[in-house]
Design a protein around this ligand. Structure first.
Ligand SMILES: Cc1cc2nc3c(=O)[nH]c(=O)nc-3n(C[C@H](O)[C@H](O)[C@H](O)COP(=O)(O)O)c2cc1C
Length: 323
């Protein structure tokens, strides 16, 4: 299957693994890229630019295929050394960067000068148009279903993707709620040129996270995520657990007056405890509604092969058979 996205990034299949804090290490990125998709190393999970340079080198040792690095611009406790991370990306010969959070204009000229393709992940058509205007090569349109930060507009992909198709000239992929061949074919039908998956790639053999996390995703239904940090306008979709219930109770009590400090114990510094330590109740961790569609833990190769062969069946048999 060839789309503008496979051509732009030089990949075999139109499937991308989105950046994920403490999940997007070289092991997963290389596995996705080796399976013909685009794997992504999450830049800020690496404590320093030098650590990121080492992680890029580690990925390169495991794959000769293209892979991406994610650069996320979100409110953080301390400001990361973005110029240092950009230098590590350029010096490491990375060919694709996924930006997310704020508008990436501050890093874009450096990435473009280095010939790097930039795909910006955003949750609204107006932000996608802005990304197009400032020179991004593609966008990843992240619907309300998504794990992580769905923004504040709450528009699901059934509406957001056709709206993006109506407005955008640059190619885009669907993101949020994507899990299988049905997701891919539906995304293509709505105008996307591929799909980006987060939660689905966590439940794979190569995802370098604790088995408890993978098992929790398989066990979860589509009813098991919650939205936290809404009063802070930094909404995050997370797997429900006792820590999340505590956060929601504080937010319900304090409303608009909720401050980050009120919930910090259950949202800050949680990822190492969950992803590495396997302590599922250590705090809030991102997870998409799509957990309801995930019921196995395949290798990335098995997952991507299955998606591509079933997508072909859907298009050639189910859909063509209706004509
Ligand atoms: C555990 C987890 C951590 C994530 N961390 C990041 C991140 O650091 N930066 C980012 O841009 N997106 C992050 N995301 C969002 C994903 O890249 C992707 O956009 C999202 O998971 C898509 O929705 P899905 O989970 O329904 O597939 C994260 C998602 C999850 C599930």
């Amino acid at each position: 299957m060839q789309t503008r996205i496979t051509k732009l990034f030089g990949i075999q299949h139109p499937i991308i693994q989105g950046g994920m804090h403490f999940v997007g290490l070289a092991d997963l990125a290389a596995a996705v890229s080796n399976a013909g998709g685009l794997g992504t190393i999450t830049g800020l999970t690496q404590k320093t630019p030098n650590d990121l340079a080492n992680e890029i080198a580690r990925c390169r040792d495991m794959t000769d295929k293209p892979f991406a690095v994610n650069l996320t611009f979100l409110p953080t406790v301390s400001t990361p050394d973005y110029p240092g991370y950009v230098k590590a990306i350029i010096d490491g010969g990375v060919t694709v960067v996924e930006t997310a959070g704020r508008n990436p204009i501050q890093v874009l000229p450096y990435l473009k000068d280095a010939g790097i393709k930039v795909i910006h992940k955003c949750t609204s058509v107006r932000h996608a148009l802005k990304a197009q205007d400032i020179g991004c090569d593609a966008v990843s349109v992240d619907g309300f279903e998504c794990g992580g930060h769905p923004g504040e507009d709450d528009i699901p992909n059934m509406i957001l993707l056709p709206r993006a198709a109506d407005e955008l000239e640059i190619p885009f992929v669907s993101s949020g709620g994507q899990a299988d061949a049905r997701s891919l074919v539906a995304s293509l039908a709505m105008g996307a040129e591929g799909m980006n998956m987060g939660t689905r790639f966590m439940a794979t053999v190569e995802a370098p996270i604790h088995q408890n996390v993978k098992d929790a995703i398989v066990a979860a239904s589509e009813l098991d995520t919650r939205l936290i940090m809404r009063p802070l306008r930094n909404t995050e979709r997370v797997m429900n657990n006792p820590a999340v219930e505590r956060v929601l109770a504080i937010e319900a009590a304090k409303g608009k007056d909720t401050a980050f400090e009120d919930i910090a114990a259950d949202v800050a510094g949680v990822y190492p405890k969950v992803m590495v330590g396997g302590d599922m109740d250590a705090g809030a961790w991102s997870c998409g509604m799509v957990a309801g569609l995930i019921d196995d833990i395949p290798t990335c190769q098995q997952l991507i092969d299955r998606i591509m062969s079933q997508a072909e069946d859907i298009i050639r048999k189910r859909l063509a058979g209706m004509l």
